[in-house]
Design a protein around this ligand. Structure first.
Ligand code: ADP
Ligand code: MG
Length: 216
């Protein structure tokens, strides 16, 4: 368990996230094929493997540097709606992490809050619209609550990941009112939102990186 997280954690996070996105590539494609255009798995896999490659050659020594490199890479390599949304999320997360070598529970909660703010500034979605906001928003609330209860970085990330997973599952009965899935209207009901599912993978990777687990 890790009380505070550092730049090595941020790098482990992206390494684990890239591996999880790659192993769930076809699953994310299937989810997006049901209510979108089927490119989400490919988009995310391309973006996270590019982010990993960019980090390997980046000097960046701080958490903020790592997250900024990820943000820039996602914006330039991921097409569709998800690229700018995740790019803005990581950019705001990087800003929230600026100025410190390490983050405690409250610091990690602030990074997650930054990501949610970025997604909402960019995509204008609120909860219940069947988007990635339905995973990020409960994650942010759970992270804040865990930090307020005195949780360390690891506990806050665990709470966030668990809440994101529940949030993603809860998108199934929702009718999409934002993004490509909204074109389906009632027919978007009964499917998981791909972006909410990819969010839950990414936040679970963050928690595993802090818990010192190198694989699932
Ligand atoms: P596209 O929809 O352009 O094909 P992707 O398939 O990569 O892009 O991403 C789709 C995901 O993006 C959706 O599952 C949803 O979670 C997310 N999304 C779409 N529009 C928005 C929005 N306005 N706000 C938040 N998330 C959104
Ligand atoms: Mg798509």
């Amino acid at each position: 368990m890790t009380t505070r997280v550092d730049a090595a954690w941020a790098r482990r996070w992206i390494t684990l996230a890239a591996a999880d996105v790659a192993s769930h590539r076809d699953y994310l494609i299937d989810l997006d094929r049901a209510i979108g255009d089927g490119d989400h798995g490919e988009n995310m896999d391309r973006g996270f493997s590019a982010a990993l490659a960019a980090l390997e050659s980046a000097e960046g020594a701080s958490i903020a540097d790592v997250l900024k490199t990820v943000a820039k890479t996602l914006m330039s390599t991921v097409g569709g709606a998800a690229g700018p949304l995740y790019g803005t999320a990581f950019l705001r997360a990087s800003k929230a992490a600026a100025g410190g070598e390490e983050l405690d529970g409250a610091g990690v909660a602030a990074v997650i809050a930054g990501a949610l703010e970025g997604i909402q500034a960019r995509g204008k979605a609120t909860t219940g619209e069947k988007t990635m906001v339905d995973a990020w928003s409960p994650a942010c609330e759970a992270a804040r609550a865990a930090a307020a209860a005195g949780g360390d970085a690891s506990a806050v990330l665990e709470a966030a990941a668990t809440a994101a997973e529940a949030g993603a599952r809860a998108t199934e009965p929702l009718r999409a009112t934002k993004g490509r899935a909204s074109y389906l209207g009632e027919r978007s009901i009964g499917h998981l939102d791909p972006g909410a599912v990819s969010t839950s993978l990414i936040l679970r990777a963050a928690a595993r990186a802090a818990a010192g687990q190198e694989s699932a």
